[in-house]
Design a protein around this ligand. Sequence first.
Ligand SMILES: Cc1ncc(COP(=O)(O)O)c(C=O)c1O
Length: 381
Amino acid sequence: MKSAVRLNNIQEYYFSKKLREVELLNNNGKSIINLGIGSPDLEPHPKVINVSVDCMHRLGSHKYQTYRGIPEFRKAVADFYRKQFNTKLSWENQVLPLMGSKEGIMHISLAFLNKGDAVLIPNPGYPTYSSVTKMLEADPIYYQLDEANNYQVDFDALENINLKKVKLMWVNYPHMPTGANAKDETFTKLIEFGKKHNIIIINDNPYSFILNNKPRSILEGNGLENNVLELNSLSKTFNMAGWRVGMLLGKASLLDEVFKVKTQMDSGMFYCVQKGAVAALGLSENWYTQINNVYNERRKYIWKIVDKLNWKITNKEASGLFVWAKLQHNAKSEDVVDKLLYEKGIFVAPGTVFGSKGEGYVRLSLCVPKDKICEALSRLD
Ligand SMILES: Cc1ncc(COP(=O)(O)O)c(C=O)c1O
């Protein structure tokens, strides 16, 4: 059976394939230390688990839920955004719960893209932006982010692109994989750029609270008045990646289009997940301090690994769950990753997973306990 044309340019996700290789090595007696992926290993707050478990025993919890999510969850999201970013989102029509922000990338694209439309995508960047674009037979146009420019959007370069067919632009600050934060004026300039060229700007913001002294949202200021959306998620901030809970925020008329798609794709989010999410969003500042202390401590040892391998830490102020390291001159990411995997039993992600601008770099994850990171370090002696 021939698969659909839309799959012609799509391959299995790099990590899905590579982790099978890692598993095979483990089954053959190697004990691989996986510093490759960004799935938080820490637990959610006990309150979140308790609320959700209690809820399981309540009559009615297991039914289909409303498509838009329970009001209590949407209000909790709007309150959380007000507290953290000083935005005035209406919980009724400017908040749409999602099963993770990854789901949102597909739903937004389905809502706005026709075959032949174009999409601006960061290079390096999260691979899902381009795979979803290609699946919908739209055309990715990569905008280049450079280490020399601390991975900021180069607006002069953007203006030189033929933007006639561009409908969406994906932005991701704090940026994955590099950890770069947006400069103060970046979001304002992006909103102006979107307005000028009639492009919807979407900031994918799941790392805003990890190792970040100044969490920002593109919806602060006048974001809500424009064709701007933001994706956020409880996966990283609250260690709830497997729960699949996130949200889309922004202008009501844009959300309504995405909602049309969503009502055809799922039948509401599990009630107990929504209740757990409400508990998470209401946690005190202690929560953020606590998880960031752990990541801070781990990062010191990841830095030692980078030093020991004679790689370069690109940014000691980086936010998010990763260290982005530059390899020695002319080294190829995937060769280096395989050598480290097969000779030392340590897996890190090659920068090339995130686009051509990732060549010469690797990404190391902070989602591994300190003793494992130290073990990796000692394997390099
Ligand atoms: C930049 C970026 N966006 C979105 C996601 C998806 O997160 P989730 O669907 O768990 O919210 C990830 C996950 O790794 C990510 O790195």
